[in-house]
Design a protein around this ligand. Structure first.
Ligand SMILES: C[S@@+](CC[C@H](N)C(=O)[O-])C[C@H]1O[C@@H](n2cnc3c(N)ncnc32)[C@H](O)[C@@H]1O
Length: 213
């Protein structure tokens, strides 16, 4: 009998964040900055927001943001960083397991940056719910790895990490309902939690929900 303790997502990710005082750089993801800078601010939700850099950047540009993550440890840090950045009043932080919870309202921007996990995560299911949460005229932005970075903890072998085109297909972004504004793979030099560097390939998908006449 397998008696090994398998942590659930909140336990796993709280432990992950507790291993270091700060895991991520504190800078917003470059692809988000490039792709969303021109989008007029409104209401945004960041799925798997981690320590909050993307949400804080969005709030600084005038967005009203909800940041969702399964790790209360990460969200505690995100809230402190938002205070430091003077944007705390523009952001609501929600501790939720996205495998079980989905956005309850429509947003002008639904964003998910590197929503990956070395333990089980129904990413496609979560992103399908994200699609439904985009308001007419609103934007879906997803950036993800096409392979786990070398510093990932115990990555699962059988997880398919789609290209942006594959993801757009899997999410059913039909041309009569969505305009695909960006669907690319791009290489990027990245730094891991212990300062390791590697060139990673990111899949970047940005799509706008068309407004029906
Ligand atoms: C690789 S990190 C990316 C964090 C952040 N978006 C960024 O770009 O720096 C993945 C994030 O997804 C969160 N996460 C993993 N599984 C989750 C789940 N089931 N529900 C909500 N968040 C989850 C983790 O806690 C972690 O903060």
């Amino acid at each position: 009998m397998d008696t090994e303790h398998k942590p659930g997502p909140s336990e796993f990710w709280d432990e992950f964040y507790n291993e270091r005082q700060r895991v991520w750089s504190g800078k917003p993801n470059g692809a988000l900055v490039r792709e969303v800078s021109m989008v007029a601010p409104g209401r945004a939700i960041d799925l798997g927001c981690g320590e909050g850099a993307d949400a804080i950047w969005l709030a600084g540009r005038g967005w009203t943001v909800t940041g969702v993550d399964v790790s209360a440890v990460a969200l505690g840090r995100a809230a402190l960083h938002a205070e430091d950045a003077g944007v705390a009043e523009r952001i609501t932080w929600l501790a939720r397991d996205l495998a079980e919870w989905e956005p309850e309202e429509a947003y002008d921007l639904v964003t998910a940056s590197f929503l990956h996990s070395p333990i089980e995560l129904p990413r496609e299911h979560i992103l399908l719910a994200a699609v439904h949460a985009v308001a007419p005229g609103g934007t879906l932005f997803v950036v993800g790895h096409t392979a786990f970075p070398p510093w990932a903890h115990h990555p699962l072998d059988d997880v398919h990490m789609p290209s942006a085109d594959e993801l757009a297909g899997a999410l059913g972004l039909r041309p009569d309902e969505w305009e695909i504004e960006t669907s690319t793979s791009e290489g990027r030099e990245a730094t891991g939690p212990e300062g390791q560097t590697a060139v990673l390939t990111d899949a970047v998908l940005k799509a706008r929900r068309l407004v029906k006449e």
